[in-house]
Design a protein around this ligand. Structure first.
Ligand SMILES: [Zn+2]
Length: 113
């Protein structure tokens, strides 16, 4: 692996970024100080907003989980190997998606099924 790509460093930085995003999301999704009574249009907007927030929340949590798994694989020496076929995942793919679990072939295969 080239020296320029330190997977652990990249993953830690990415993780910190998503954790920050998650805590920002949670600050936004708490409406404790807001009055309960609202007109209908406002409630709809609020609900749509919450849906978007929830989707972002789920996505960020999912990514943090995948990053954590990747960090565990670095520790166990499995990082960079495809979980399905065991081949080496090309470094270009890991640079693009540092928490990649599968090589491109397997990833495409899984999506297709
Ligand atoms: Zn594979």
């Amino acid at each position: 692996m080239p020296k320029t790509f330190n997977a652990e460093e990249v993953l830690q930085a990415l993780r910190a970024d998503y954790v920050k995003r998650l805590s920002a999301l949670h600050k936004d999704t708490h409406h404790m100080n807001e009055p309960v009574e609202k007109d209908f249009a406002e409630q709809v907007v609020q609900r749509e907003n919450d849906d978007v927030m929830n989707a972002l929340d789920v996505e960020a949590k999912d990514l943090v989980m995948r990053i954590d798994n990747a960090l565990l694989r670095i520790q166990s020496g499995e990082y960079g190997s495809c979980l399905r076929c065991g081949c080496k995942i090309p470094v270009e793919r890991l640079q693009a998606v540092p928490y990649a679990e599968y090589c491109i072939n397997c990833a495409e295969d899984i999506v297709r099924k």
